[in-house]
Design a protein around this ligand. Structure first.
Ligand SMILES: C[S@@+](CC[C@H](N)C(=O)[O-])C[C@H]1O[C@@H](n2cnc3c(N)ncnc32)[C@H](O)[C@@H]1O
Ligand code: SF4
Ligand code: SF4
Length: 383
């Protein structure tokens, strides 16, 4: 922990890539660190490097430099459950934008060099700032990992974060999430500031949303060329409305299609992708879900169910990875999953196809395994 270069390249890039700040002051390297993290001072003008090179970030960097020690929050990280370290490193090395400013390019070069040398104390700023503005939501998904944190009105302060502008304009991505960011006042204020400020023009904004309120914001958002919309679906039609209780499929579908139409009409470099949890209710219609994505040329991402205290009921009913016997309640699950994989491959979305293939193998293995061996929790949205 002395700032000296380590001997070999680290097994994970996240601690050199991301600063992850939660509504309740939890500050970490990513969403997945499953241990005590650092604390962000919600009431003070914060100095970025006191966190970015603080005790916690240097500790995590040292943990991933060599063999991750027992007791580290990186141990058994869910990120690498279905993805190799090489695949993840590609994400770090690829730029989300076609154009980067000179300051972004210089920061990127420094980040790569610091990562490759395993430096614990760094001279670059985060390539990604990730801000969770609170857990309030306009719907009530059956599996929501934030359920135990509600109600809470804690939030990040948009103005305080914007004080980091000199650093943030060197980043490549600023991610905004909640709860539902498009109902959280500080998130909306922050989004508007980023969208309207041309100094952020080459910084991509990631908006992670349930998509229900998007129609109210599409016009304003059109002022920004580089936005990645990640909209959580998990299903379409009835399956969607069962999982995403209180939402409305046709409104969300219209919003997704309106994003694509607006981007094409206004020549915006928007990307639209979806997030989908593979669980019992989504597996039952996964072939239809994939067909919908292909029809509309919207790329689907998949994750498995993660358990949290407060959603035990859903966990027991839906987590097919922890309870593979539940597969018996999904007629022809194997055929539907196979069809989804086939369609994704045919479309050329090999990464998503490969992930579903690995999940399928995992499910089959678990069906015949007496004791499931799974890390059941991640830490990002806990206090
Ligand atoms: C907590 S939501 C916040 C953003 C927004 N409200 C949304 O739903 O996209 C962020 C992501 O976490 C996922 N998520 C929620 N509960 C989960 C669980 N138990 N396991 C895995 N992912 C979960 C959601 O589906 C969503 O893609
Ligand atoms: S928790 Fe996972 S993603 Fe985060 S730094 Fe550790 S190994 Fe990387
Ligand atoms: S929309 Fe997002 S935050 Fe809201 S309940 Fe669903 S998963 Fe949770």
């Amino acid at each position: 922990m002395n700032g000296l270069p380590a001997q070999k390249s680290p097994m994970c890039f996240e601690p050199w890539y991301e600063l992850n700040v939660m509504y309740n002051g939890r500050l970490a390297c990513c969403c997945y660190y499953n241990g005590p993290a650092s604390t962000f001072d919600l009431d003070r003008w914060p100095d970025l490097f006191s966190y970015w090179n603080g005790d916690f970030m240097r500790k995590v960097r040292s943990e991933v430099v060599d063999n991750v020690p027992e007791g580290s929050g990186c141990k058994g990280c869910v990120v690498f459950k279905y993805r190799s370290h090489e695949e993840m490193s590609q994400l770090f090395q690829g730029s989300p934008q076609d154009i980067l400013s000179p300051a972004q390019l210089e920061n990127r070069q420094r980040a790569m060099a610091n990562f490759a040398a395993g430096k614990l104390e760094v001279d670059h700023v985060p390539m990604r700032f990730y801000f969770n503005f609170g857990v309030s939501c306009n719907i009530n998904c059956i599996m929501c990992c934030q359920t135990p944190e509600r109600p809470s009105h804690q939030t990040l302060d948009a103005d305080r974060l914007l004080a980091w502008k000199p650093h943030m304009v060197k980043a490549e991505t600023i991610s905004v999430i909640g709860g539902e960011p498009l109902i959280l006042p500080q998130a909306i204020k922050f989004i508007r500031a980023i969208v309207q400020d041309q100094d952020f023009s080459t910084v991509r904004m990631d908006l992670l949303t349930n998509g229900l309120n998007l129609d109210k914001f599409i016009d304003e958002l059109s002022a920004k060329t580089h936005i990645n919309f990640c909209i959580s679906l998990d299903g379409i039609g009835d399956s969607y409305e069962h999982i995403r209780a209180g939402s409305n499929w046709s409104r969300v579908e219209n919003n997704l299609l309106a994003l694509k139409e607006t981007a094409a009409r206004r020549n915006l470099k928007w990307t639209v992708v979806t997030a989908n949890i593979v669980m019992k209710s989504s597996l039952a219609t996964i072939d239809k879900l994939v067909r919908w994505h292909i029809e509309h040329d919207i790329h689907p991402n998949f994750v498995d169910f993660m358990n949290f205290s407060g959603i035990e009921d859903t966990y027991f009913k839906e987590n097919i990875f922890a309870f593979p016997d539940l597969l018996g309640e999904v007629p022809d699950w194997n055929g539907k999953l196979e069809e989804a994989i086939h369609l994704l491959n045919e479309k050329g979305w090999f990464g998503s196809a490969d992930l579903l293939r690995k999940m399928k193998l995992d499910l089959i293995t678990r069906l015949f395994s007496p004791l499931p061996n799974e890390r059941q929790q991640m830490s990002c949205r806990k206090g």
